[in-house]
Design a protein around this ligand. Structure first.
Ligand SMILES: NC(=O)c1ccc[n+]([C@@H]2O[C@H](COP(=O)([O-])OP(=O)(O)OC[C@H]3O[C@@H](n4cnc5c(N)ncnc54)[C@H](O)[C@@H]3O)[C@@H](O)[C@H]2O)c1
Length: 386
């Protein structure tokens, strides 16, 4: 059995904790036949946040800086769970050191950076992966099977969205996500990239788009210790942070295969704690997905008999091998953390088998091209060809 030695960077953050858990969990569901993983190093810059790391991955060494770790001969896989602006620099250093790299989305700040990373990875012959976990929900494998089987006919339209409300409250605190230096593309790279990953997985590549990015609240209270879900009171604010990247985007696009798309995403959709949905229409059928029913697809087939036509619910269950690895019965539901466990299992399998699995850094580049195009289109107020 091959053991992959992993370093998780940004270990105390949300993704750092989820990934660290997933390396230690995936064997329980998928077995060790495809190899296993050992969390060898945890890197976390914030010493306060790092206090309980030793408990999370017993035996792992704990570091504050990433530079020494990415060249450490003991480490096989560098897992980047750092803020967006560090992805390119850290991934490049790790690839140049010949490491396999698994990087949280967005892969890089620009498509040019993403292209460079994909090229270095190809030259080095290493495995890469971008952390777009959502499409790894087995429901989307079923959607892809339906599309690839021709059940929808020729795809004519994709409609997709992803909305949250972390910044709906004007007094929600300033975080790195609102800082154009730390997250240059804002919601476009943060959330738009997830919708773009569904588009690439299910429909194909986009050839052109027109987008409008917008900022809803121009400044936010800067208060240490406040984060997701918090709201500052007027009395406690002494400093304001300027929101220097987009809060939301509306876009229209055309796919290479001729389909049209309408997409929107934002972090200011009041009341939408997490909305993610797509509708795909073709010449023979339609398909609808909504994260509120996370393992369910709704499928309409034009060939159904007159009087019996209508969207039918398809609950993905243990007939799907990935679902069955977790649960023996349908409708018990796989959630976000399971999607990350599936993703981590695939990363390890890719490394031990030498077979890259979607979405590699090549896909990360395609998605970064869409992010770039949104930024350019919104600035020029014009269609942009990818
Ligand atoms: N795939 C998904 O569904 C998903 C969900 C959330 C976040 N993300 C992505 O994951 C990444 C991390 O997001 P998060 O929500 O976990 O953020 P976070 O702020 O919770 O965590 C980031 C961690 O990195 C640490 N850190 C910052 N600079 C560092 C440095 N130089 N060296 C070492 N540690 C450093 C911070 O102290 C923090 O603990 C982002 O790129 C984000 O876009 C992806």
């Amino acid at each position: 059995m091959t053991t992959v030695n992993v370093a998780v960077l940004g270990a105390s953050g949300w993704m750092g904790r989820v990934h660290t858990m997933a390396y230690q969990s995936f064997q329980h569901f998928f077995g060790t036949g495809q190899g296993t993983a050992r969390v060898t190093a945890l890197v976390e810059a914030n010493p306060e946040a790092a206090k309980d790391l030793a408990f999370r991955a017993p035996g792992a060494r704990i570091e504050q800086g990433w530079r020494k770790v990415v060249t450490d001969p003991e480490i096989d896989l560098i897992d980047i769970c750092l803020p967006d602006n560090l992805h390119y620099e850290v991934a490049k250093a790790a690839l140049l050191a010949g490491k396999h790299v698994y990087c949280e989305k967005p892969l890089a700040d620009t498509a040019a950076q993403a292209r460079e990373l994909a090229d270095i990875a190809r030259e080095k012959g290493v495995i890469t992966r971008v952390g777009h976990a959502f499409p790894r929900n087995p429901a989307h494998d079923r959607a892809k099977e339906l599309i690839d089987s021709g059940a929808l006919g020729e795809i004519t339209m994709f409609k997709g969205c992803q909305h949250i409300d972390i910044y709906a409250d004007p007094m929600a605190p300033y975080m790195w996500r609102a800082d154009g230096d730390l997250a240059p593309t804002g919601i476009v790279g943060d959330t738009g990239s997830h919708v773009f990953s569904f588009m690439e997985f299910l429909v194909g590549r986009v050839s052109e788009l027109i987008a409008e990015n917008f900022v809803v609240t121009k400044q936010r209270p800067k208060i240490d210790g406040l984060g997701y879900g918090d709201s500052a009171s007027d009395a406690e604010v002494t400093e304001w942070g300027q929101v220097s990247n987009p809060d939301g985007t509306h876009l229209m696009c055309r796919f290479e295969n001729g389909a049209r798309g309408i997409v929107d995403f934002s972090r200011t959709a009041t009341g939408r704690k997490f909305q993610q949905s797509y509708e795909i229409y073709g010449t023979k059928g339609g398909l609808i997905y909504d994260y509120d029913q996370v393992n369910r697809l709704r499928f309409y087939a034009m060939e159904d008999a007159q009087g019996r036509q209508g969207f039918r619910d398809i609950d993905v269950g243990p007939e799907n091998a990935t679902f069955a690895a977790f649960l023996p019965l349908p409708n018990f539901a796989l959630g976000y953390n399971e999607m990350k466990i599936i993703e981590v299992a695939e990363v390890i399998k890719s490394i031990t088998s030498g077979q890259p699995m979607w979405p590699t850094f090549e896909s990360g580049h395609h998605i970064a091209q869409m992010v770039d195009a949104c930024m350019e289109s919104s600035q020029k107020r014009a269609w942009v060809t990818l």
